[in-house]
Write a protein that binds this ligand. Structure first.
Ligand SMILES: Cc1ncc(COP(=O)(O)O)c(C=O)c1O
Length: 134
């Protein structure tokens, strides 16, 4: 029988057993919406805030700086559009590369329609940014 090897860890990974163990109680029983004011909601909110503190500890930032999103596409959109808006007074030129995922290119194209200029740089044969072009 042929052995299969999964090599698309860029797209998604299996859930780590420790993460699964942490999540199972919330998937099975404590499934409240953290925005709800009833007991289940408050219990879920406590779990989310504890997770936020733990992530903040891992990356050494303030818990208020940790934003949970549903996926990488939402994260990229939030980060790119957020930084562009926050830095609007400093400039309107976005620089990215030809090899970015559509989740990066698409918000850049959206911002182009909002008056930003986008430069898409080429990469070399190893997929690295062409510093001469930069
Ligand atoms: C760099 C990069 N950004 C964004 C995505 C999209 O991820 P999601 O499906 O979590 O939105 C992927 C998925 O492969 C990715 O590799």
């Amino acid at each position: 029988m042929q052995r299969q090897v999964y090599m698309d860890y860029n797209a998604t990974t299996p859930v780590h057993p420790e993460v699964l163990d942490e999540m199972l109680p919330y998937l099975r029983n404590s499934f409240g919406n953290p925005s709800s004011i009833h007991w289940e909601g408050r219990h879920a909110k406590q779990a989310v805030e504890l997770a936020r503190e733990r992530v903040a500890g891992l990356v050494t930032c303030d818990p208020s700086e940790v934003i949970f999103t549903s996926c990488a596409t939402e994260s990229n959109n939030t980060a790119i559009k957020g930084v562009a808006a926050a830095c609007r007074s400093k400039g309107n030129h976005l620089v990215t590369t030809m090899v970015e995922h559509p989740a990066v290119i698409t918000p850049c194209l959206y911002l182009e329609h909002q008056g930003y200029q986008t430069t898409c740089l080429d990469v070399n044969s190893e997929g690295l940014l062409d510093l001469e072009a930069l």
